[in-house]
Design a protein around this ligand. Structure first.
Ligand SMILES: NC(=O)c1ccc[n+]([C@@H]2O[C@H](COP(=O)([O-])OP(=O)(O)OC[C@H]3O[C@@H](n4cnc5c(N)ncnc54)[C@H](OP(=O)(O)O)[C@@H]3O)[C@@H](O)[C@H]2O)c1
Length: 248
């Protein structure tokens, strides 16, 4: 009962927050501001704020008494694949020496990742009931393909950005490879596609809530990044869109 109330409230909050986030620039990365309170190391901030998602989902999966099948193990594996990279690999690859982010952002992200880890992990551990035959279900196959495409776009785009800087550099350049030819933030687009695929594959409300939250977070961030690029670089490609090729 508490779970259901939390889940519907979480979805409602995402819908309410979207128009607000379109007007607020989240102050981390290139948009970092000291007016949001004390600052902490950017690299460690990333590790700490993503950790709840990496830990809570598997803990609830293992503690839960729901049926464990190849299908639920696969869902756990995909979650861990994404969050091991995001929590432990991505921060170590960033070239952000000396850069900071507000502690407020870290605390907000801990709540965000904690809630998503809880809602999705509890569902997979205690409630999900996928028989082995679900592996041949069209939702599983189509969703898996969407997830894989999203993951590859996200990883490729993150890698292009991280390779723009030589060791020791912390400034910004115009990315020109991969899907950056068409949009300013394919890393964000890839992540949105990825979790939309996970929602299709798992066909459940908690995973849909996470896909929704990802879009609510990352569409405003991509629009902010796009405006920032246009202002910062006079030679920024004018035909490039923010997050959807040729459209937006
Ligand atoms: N699921 C979610 O809700 C969620 C929320 C947030 C982020 N994410 C994911 O987390 C990852 C990072 O997100 P983000 O918004 O922080 O990405 P970002 O702003 O694009 O930055 C990614 C990394 O690349 C560097 N970088 C970006 N643009 C650059 C440029 N033009 N020249 C040189 N270096 C550049 C950044 O350095 P600086 O830090 O110095 O800018 C940072 O280290 C993405 O894959 C995103 O999808 C997911």
């Amino acid at each position: 009962m508490i779970y259901t109330i939390l889940l519907y409230s979480w979805i409602g909050l995402a819908i309410l927050l979207f128009p607000i986030l379109l007007r607020i620039t989240a102050p981390y990365g290139r948009h970092t501001k000291s007016t949001w309170g004390p600052l902490v190391s950017n690299r460690w901030g990333w590790v700490i704020m993503e950790l709840p998602a990496l830990l809570i989902f598997p803990i609830l999966f293992f503690v839960g008494d729901g049926p464990k099948t190849y299908v639920t193990w696969l869902f756990l594996g995909l979650w861990l694949l994404h969050y091991t990279n995001r929590t432990l690999v991505f921060p170590l690859r960033t070239r952000t020496k000396g850069k900071k982010m507000p502690l407020t952002i870290v605390l907000m992200a801990i709540c965000f990742n904690g809630m998503n880890g809880y809602l999705n992990g509890y569902y997979m551990g205690f409630m999900a009931d996928y028989g082995e035959s679900y592996l041949a279900d069209p939702r599983m196959m189509i969703g898996f393909a969407i997830f894989a495409v999203g993951l590859l776009i996200n990883w490729q785009s993150d890698a292009i950005l991280l390779n723009l800087r030589k060791p020791g550099e912390t400034g910004y350049k115009i990315p020109r490879k991969g899907l950056f030819r068409y949009i300013s933030c394919p890393n964000h687009l890839g992540e949105i596609i990825e979790w939309a695929g996970f929602a299709v594959m798992t066909w459940s409300l908690p995973t849909l809530s996470f896909a929704l939250w990802t879009a609510v977070n990352l569409i405003p961030r991509a629009l902010d990044h796009h405006r920032w690029y246009l202002k910062k670089f006079p030679d920024y490609p004018k035909e490039r869109k923010a997050i959807i090729p040729f459209l937006w």
